[in-house]
Ligand binder design. Structure first.
Ligand SMILES: [Zn+2]
Ligand SMILES: [Zn+2]
Length: 270
C-alpha cells in the first residue's frame, strides 16, 4: 500500500482505471461494450501501445501499425507441450519439457520473451497498463482461436498472485487476461478458486527442486465447481514452467481432469 501511495504514476493510473470502470458500469449495462462506446472511451482514456508505450494512433487501435512488426510472435516448430519455439521439426519437445514432467496437457504462447516482450510485460505488470491485456488476447485468439475452441474448456483460471503483491500493484495481470479471454470466448472465468496462500519470497536462493516444492505448497484450490473439469490456466510469462506445473498439479488433485495453458510471453531455448 505504501509503495502505491509513494508512486504517483501508479496512483494515477489505478485511479484512471477505477474511473473508467465506474463509467463503464454506469452507462453500459451489458458485458459487451459496443464498438462505438469503445471508441468514445478511447478518446477520454487514450490507449497506450504495448510496444512503444506511447498513445496509440489512430485512436481506437490497440497498437501502432509499425510497432506490431517489432513483436517476435511464436512461430512453428514449437514444443508440443509448452508451445516454446524449438529449432528443428524432428524434435517433439523443448529441452525443459523433455527433462521435466509436465502435468498440463498442452500449452500455447503468443510471443517471445525477448527485449520487446520484457518491456511490454513491465508495462502490463508494473505500470498499470491493463489495456494491453485486451490486445494480447485479441492476438492470441486470431492466432489460436480455432485450437482454443477445440479444447472445449469449461473454465478459464488465472495463475494467482499473492494477495499482498496484488494489493501493491492494484491488480493481478493474469486475472485481466482471464477476464478478457472469457469476455471474448464466453468460457466462464473462475476467480478465487486457485489461490496462492503463502508468499514465496526467497525463491532466488533455492535450487530448482526446493523452489518447485515451495511453490506447490503455496497453491490451493477452493470451492471448485463440479462442472469445471477441463480448464484453461492463463498467465503472463512462461519461463521454467514451474509455476504452471505447480498450479496444474493442485488443480488435478482437486478433481480437474485436464489443464490447458495459455501464456503471453515464453522464454526461448534457441
Ligand atoms: Zn507503438
Ligand atoms: Zn516445452
Amino acid at each position: 500500500m505504501l509503495h502505491n501511495l509513494n508512486n504517483p504514476k501508479m496512483q494515477l493510473s489505478s485511479r484512471k482505471s477505477d474511473l473508467k470502470e465506474a463509467i463503464l458500469k454506469k452507462f453500459i449495462s451489458q458485458d459487451r461494450i459496443s464498438q462505438a462506446a469503445d471508441v468514445v472511451l478511447s478518446l477520454f482514456f487514450p490507449r497506450r501501445c504495448p510496444v512503444c508505450q506511447d498513445i496509440v494512433w489512430p485512436t481506437g487501435e490497440r497498437i501502432c501499425p509499425g510497432c506490431r512488426d517489432k513483436i517476435a510472435f511464436i512461430r512453428e516448430p514449437v514444443c508440443k507441450k509448452c508451445g516454446k519455439e524449438i529449432s528443428n521439426w524432428e524434435t517433439e519437445y523443448c529441452y525443459d519439457c523433455a527433462r521435466h514432467p509436465r502435468s498440463f496437457y498442452e500449452g500455447i504462447s503468443l510471443m517471445r520473451y525477448d527485449r520487446v516482450g520484457q518491456a511490454t510485460m513491465q508495462g502490463f505488470k508494473y505500470h498499470g497498463r491493463q489495456e494491453y491485456g485486451a490486445y494480447y488476447i485479441e492476438e492470441i485468439l486470431s492466432k489460436y482461436g480455432e485450437k482454443i475452441r477445440s479444447w472445449h474448456a469449461d473454465a478459464v483460471i488465472p495463475v494467482p498472485a499473492h494477495k499482498s503483491r496484488e494489493r501493491k500493484r492494484g491488480y493481478n495481470q493474469a486475472e485481466i487476461l482471464a477476464r478478457e479471454l472469457s469476455k471474448r470466448t464466453g468460457i466462464p472465468e473462475l476467480k478465487n478458486v486457485l489461490l496462492r496462500t503463502k508468499k514465496t519470497t526467497a525463491q532466488k536462493n533455492l535450487g530448482g527442486r526446493e523452489r518447485f516444492y515451495n511453490l506447490q505448497q503455496a497453491m490451493t484450490v477452493k470451492n471448485r465447481p463440479e462442472w469445471a473439469k477441463t480448464v484453461i490456466l492463463i498467465d503472463d510469462i512462461y519461463t521454467t514452467g514451474s509455476t504452471a506445473e505447480a498450479c496444474t498439479r493442485v488443480l488435478l488433485s482437486s478433481g480437474v481432469k485436464r489443464v490447458y495453458l495459455i501464456t503471453v510471453c515464453i522464454g526461448s531455448n534457441r
